[in-house]
Write a protein of this length. Structure first.
Length: 493
């Protein structure tokens, strides 16, 4: 299909698809639809851009971080080099009513969110550039870049981006909201987006920003995950963090024995409730089970040391080991790679205000769950990421995201299960037990869940204060509900 034919094709597609009810459309044979889309795309784009086998195809399909997603075999993989390629892919997927998935950094552990069988996978593995424009003071990233590489590309200019806290994570983080090490100072990662190029389900390409015709779409994309279109370019505000030689942060990585979990849960609750200094950052990882029983806390302060008035509770708990050093933001963002693969992974989310009893009860529920299913799990983590009010205040000066400020300091809670190496199917009873755990550890009243850390069964969008607006925007940009019926992602729209 030639680009010049896109407009007429889209007109035709809308007419045809408009005659088909959602129920009929889901009945279309997935294999046939995907085979038709792939055959058309191979003929239009050629075999280096559309692959159905080979080394690159194998590397991409086997590349997801969670082993469960690395077992799928897409009917074909499209490797766009330009937004036009994505337009053509999406137009063909839409016309043939094929199922599809999009893969950027491949870190989502939710089953099928970045992988597919009997469908088309769009992989951004060949769109990975990063550039800094000193005139506009913006960093433009293509969707296939991993944050470590994006930061390395612009570090010499003394600037960086609000990427992930693990260097291997990709840009899909932005569409969920995004928690970076400097979010307490600068806001959610998504709030640093100035502009996005977006391919809608029909194949139409639009540019969305906070003030143009697509301002509603721009808002929805920042927390709406993979539901609102395929982003082919992100223009981000540069953050003036200094170069890698500017060691203007102080870091403490402290490892505690497993027996410290209760003290750490209490310290975390208090930190969340009381600490308002946006220069302070904490992430707490509690690991339970089998071979290892330990807790790691990452403490950072934008200054020359760790102020005892802020971190005193963590510094007074007996520890196994610690590393204390000055670091640059660049160093911090490369402390954790997150690249290790080979195990099935599962996430579940909650959000808690800084209340000791909520933390202790939640922690005890996780311990009970983990002990019940000890034979089926390699380990379980509780990862606590504080979201201070300063994170929302920084957002308020830019355009808001879809998550919505609940008006109180809280923490996102990520339950992360790691399954034993080689286990390819999640045991049903563990799944049921995990759902029970999530029901036992609900969000504190009024708090939104974090979509990048949720279980696929959780209705995260329903917890956003402005859920009704999100629904309206979805209905406007995808009136045939093509996305929710043809790609796996967050439920609830
Ligand atoms: C080890 C690890 C560390 C993490 N650390 C952090 C952290 O510090 N902060 C944080 O906020 N989160 C963190 N996360 C969660 C992470 O943000 C999410 O898993 C995120 O979705 C990963 O994005 P990705 O591009 O790597 O993954 P992918 O799986 O490729 O993408 C995630 C989702 O977004 C969709 N998507 C990706 N790109 C596009 C696009 N261009 N257009 C439309 N849809 C798209 C995909 O289809 C998929 O559904 C971490 C996760 C892991 C596994």
């Amino acid at each position: 299909m030639l680009l010049s034919n896109i407009i007429s094709l889209l007109a035709c597609v809308v007419t045809v698809a408009g005659q088909i009810s959602p129920t009929n459309s889901t009945a279309v044979n997935a294999q046939t639809a995907a085979a038709q889309a792939c055959a058309e795309l191979q003929s239009d784009l050629g075999s280096t851009i559309v692959e159905a086998s080979g080394a690159e195809y194998n590397a991409t399909s086997q590349g997801p971080w969670s082993l469960f997603n690395s077992l799928d075999r897409p009917t074909c993989i499209v490797y766009p080099r330009t937004a036009t390629h994505v337009q053509l892919a999406m137009a063909s997927i839409f016309q043939h009513k094929s199922h599809y998935a999009v893969q950027a950094g491949a870190h989502s552990p939710m089953i099928g969110w970045n992988s597919i069988n009997d469908g088309v996978l769009i992989s951004f593995a060949n769109m990975t550039s990063t550039s800094y424009n000193p005139v506009t003071d913006t960093v433009t990233v293509q969707p296939g870049v991993h944050w470590g590489d994006a930061m390395a590309a612009v570090e010499a200019y003394g600037v960086s981006v609000l990427g992930g806290r693990a260097s291997d994570i990709g840009t899909g983080l932005l569409l969920g909201g995004g928690i970076s090490f400097i979010s307490p100072l600068y806001g959610w990662s998504a709030d640093s987006i100035k502009e996005m190029d977006v391919v809608l389900v029909t194949g139409q390409l639009v540019t969305a920003n906070a003030t143009n015709t697509y301002a509603d779409l721009f808002h929805a994309l920042k927390g709406g995950a993979n539901r609102f279109g395929i982003v082919t370019r992100y223009k981000l505000n540069a953050i003036h963090t200094g170069t890698k030689d500017n060691k203007n942060w102080f870091s403490g990585i402290i490892v505690y024995p497993g027996s410290s979990s209760v003290a750490l849960s209490k310290a975390s609750a208090r930190y969340i409730r009381e600490v308002t200094d946006p220069k302070a950052v904490v992430i707490l990882n509690t690991i339970n089970l089998t071979a290892v029983d330990a807790n790691t806390v990452y403490l950072f302060y934008n200054g020359a040391g760790l102020p005892p008035g802020i971190f005193g509770d963590f510094l007074s708990i007996p520890r196994t080991s610690q590393t204390l050093s000055p670091l640059s933001y660049y160093d911090m963002s490369n402390l954790i790679s997150g690249a290790a693969r080979g195990n099935g992974q599962q996430f579940g989310a909650s959000s808690w205000v800084g209340d000791e009893s909520t933390f202790l009860e939640g922690y005890n529920h996780l311990v009970n769950f983990t002990q019940t299913f000890a034979a089926d799990l390699l380990s379980s983590y509780l990862i606590i990421s504080p979201i201070p009010q300063s994170q929302w205040a920084a957002t308020a000066s830019r355009s808001p995201n879809a998550i919505g400020d609940p008006g109180v300091a809280y923490a996102t809670i990520n339950f992360n299960l790691i399954y034993p190496t080689g286990l390819t199917i999640r045991p049903k009873d563990v799944n049921n037990g995990f759902k029970l755990l999530l029901s036992q550890t609900p969000p504190s009243p009024g708090l939104p869940l974090y979509v990048n850390e949720c279980d696929a069964s959780q209705n995260v969008f329903g917890t956003y204060p402005n859920f009704a607006t999100l629904q309206k925007t979805y209905a406007k940009y995808d009136p045939l509900r093509f996305n929710v019926e043809h790609t796996v992602g967050p439920i609830g729209l």
